[in-house]
Design a protein around this ligand. Structure first.
Ligand SMILES: *[C@@H]1O[C@H](CO)[C@@H](O)[C@H](O)[C@H]1NC(C)=O
Ligand SMILES: *[C@@H]1O[C@H](CO)[C@@H](O)[C@H](O)[C@H]1NC(C)=O
Length: 508
């Protein structure tokens, strides 16, 4: 059954690829690759608006739809507007771009991103190479994105990008990029490569080459949160007046998502038997859901939701920060695209920061329980900053478009077509890389067995070479030498694939 499904999927991919190439052969036309004139830097020259009273022209007496003049972000009206103009994005979310500014500055220092940098051969799985061209999203390649969770994350990221493009009528730069849906971008890499440039969900402070994209959880996270706007609605419905909240700290989680995670163990230890704590480990594995499970939106009924990192970052923080509560967060190591907005002290304090071992948790809880006015001020700051501004779907759509621009400023204009020769070279490179990696794994595991595999691998490589030479010759006979092939598979086609194969491009 599994095999049948696989064969069917593979067959479908093959057919799609065939049709796709066929279209490529018949519909190409050459087009010069114009440089897109745009600047990621803020425009310093304000657009000239003629005086409405001068009677100059009819249209000038109206503020254009995307203008930020006399416009203010109102969450009730704008939180789900995915198509705010760049001026509105800047006006509504002035402190949103710190991660992009950092990444751009780094690139300006070390040199701009080249086509070689966006190849994905360095990562074993969970990576996708894509392109936006003339406002259309294309998939160029994918490696190990078929695992159920990776597939869901991939679709969530792509769909968020698609939404940010299609909701905005203005200019979107042509760009080529890769992104990783693995928890850690540099987990499961070949040759210990922890310096590749890619878009990632999270990064460690020293990872200067990673560009933080909005988390897939801002679109949908099956299981813990579901679709983001549905969760926001549930939170709104479950929200209660601050004074009526359960005045305890709430946390539910697995102690060890993958190996020992010290912060969670420490939290359980520190809070054990305390009157201020409703903190419990969840043990999965039974037939039914664990009894002590608390749905995400119900965390908002507590005054002190607690956040902990897991294997890397933990995607729950953005949900907890939507509560009108005081989120308790240990000092974080893994960053997301909004973490710089967390303010631990001062008049704009918007959460409670504790040590990584939670050693100061007890006295901080006692302090805020006794200083409810201060607690309330922090909770008010939190919803002002997070729920009603930077964690709105509108803000994340703005971030995506700003990211396209920022990336384009320090990278290259991708080409829409490739030649037959380039196509074959790339395919062969990819396959060779995969073969080498598999052989290497085998070698490490079992030297003797690997020896035989190596021979087989060499034969296979020779076969493949012969095959590709043959195809090359055929193509040369069939077509004139300047045939061009579109490099990308439209995102819509990719979605329609029964895509549990390694890469949408390979049919074997
Ligand atoms: C990768 O790192 C591991 C552990 O640090 C080391 O044993 C191995 O030799 C490294 N491999 C390469 C190709 O550098
Ligand atoms: C890591 O991968 C990137 C992208 O393919 C490449 O540009 C870079 O040279 C690689 N670095 C190392 C140390 O292998």
């Amino acid at each position: 059954m599994a095999l049948l499904t696989y064969q069917r999927a593979a067959g479908l991919a093959g057919i799609t690829l065939f049709i796709f190439l066929l279209l490529g052969y018949t519909t190409y036309n050459t087009r010069s690759a114009d440089t897109i004139p745009f600047s990621y830097e803020k425009q310093h020259s304000a657009p000239t608006v003629s005086n409405p009273h001068s009677g100059a022209s009819y249209s000038s007496s109206y503020t254009s739809p995307g203008s930020a003049e006399n416009w203010q972000f109102e969450p009730a009206r704008d939180a789900h507007n995915y198509g705010l103009s760049p001026e509105q994005c800047d006006a509504a979310f002035p402190d949103m771009w710190a991660e992009l500014d950092r990444a751009v500055a780094h690139r300006k220092k070390v040199g701009i991103i080249t086509p070689a940098d966006v190849k994905i051969g360095w990562k074993i799985d969970g990576i996708i190479r894509a392109m936006i061209y003339d406002r259309q999203l294309f998939i160029l390649n994918a490696r190990g994105a078929r695992r159920r969770d990776y597939r869901q994350r991939t679709i969530a990221v792509l769909q968020s990008i698609q939404r940010a493009i299609s909701a905005y009528p203005g200019e979107i730069p042509n760009i080529e990029f890769s992104f990783v849906v693995d928890d850690g971008a540099y987990f499961a890499v070949y040759e210990n490569n922890t310096s590749a440039t890619t878009w990632a969900l999270t990064r460690e402070p020293h990872d200067q080459n990673l560009w933080l994209m909005p988390d897939f959880g801002f679109y949908s996270w099956e299981g813990p949160a579901g679709e983001y706007t549905a969760l926001l609605r549930a939170i709104e419905e479950d929200e209660i007046p601050f004074d009526e909240k359960d005045k305890r700290a709430i946390w539910r989680g697995a102690k060890s998502p993958a190996g020992p995670v010290q912060v969670r163990t420490d939290l359980l230890k520190v809070s054990k038997g305390k009157s201020w704590a409703d903190i419990e480990e969840i043990e999965w594995g039974g037939d039914s859901e664990p009894k002590n499970l608390v749905p995400m939106s119900k965390h908002c009924r507590y005054m002190f939701p607690v956040h902990t990192e897991g294997h890397t970052y933990s995607g729950r923080l953005k949900y907890l920060l939507n509560c009108h509560s005081l989120t308790v967060i240990h000092k974080l190591h893994w960053g997301e695209n909004f973490h710089h907005l967390l303010i631990p002290s001062g008049p704009n304090q918007n959460f409670i920061q504790v040590e990584r071992d939670f050693s100061d948790m007890h006295w901080k809880m006692e302090y805020y329980l006794q200083h409810q006015d201060e607690a309330r001020r922090i909770a008010d700051n939190s919803i002002k900053t997070f729920r009603d501004r930077y964690l709105t779907p509108a803000a994340q759509a703005c971030y995506w478009r700003k990211m396209f621009q920022a990336w384009r400023e320090v990278s290259f204009e991708p080409s829409y077509y490739m030649t037959q020769e380039e196509y074959e070279k790339e395919q062969e490179e990819e396959k060779q890389k995969e073969r080498e990696a598999k052989l290497k794994e085998l070698q490490e595991e079992e030297a003797e067995a690997a020896g035989k595999e190596l021979e087989k691998g060499k034969e296979r490589a020779k076969d493949a070479k012969t095959r590709s030479d043959a195809t090359g010759t055929n193509t040369a006979l069939r077509s004139s030498s300047d045939k061009k092939i579109p490099r990308g598979m439209p995102y819509e086609t990719y979605l329609l694939l029964e895509s549990y194969e390694e890469s949408p491009w390979y049919d074997s």
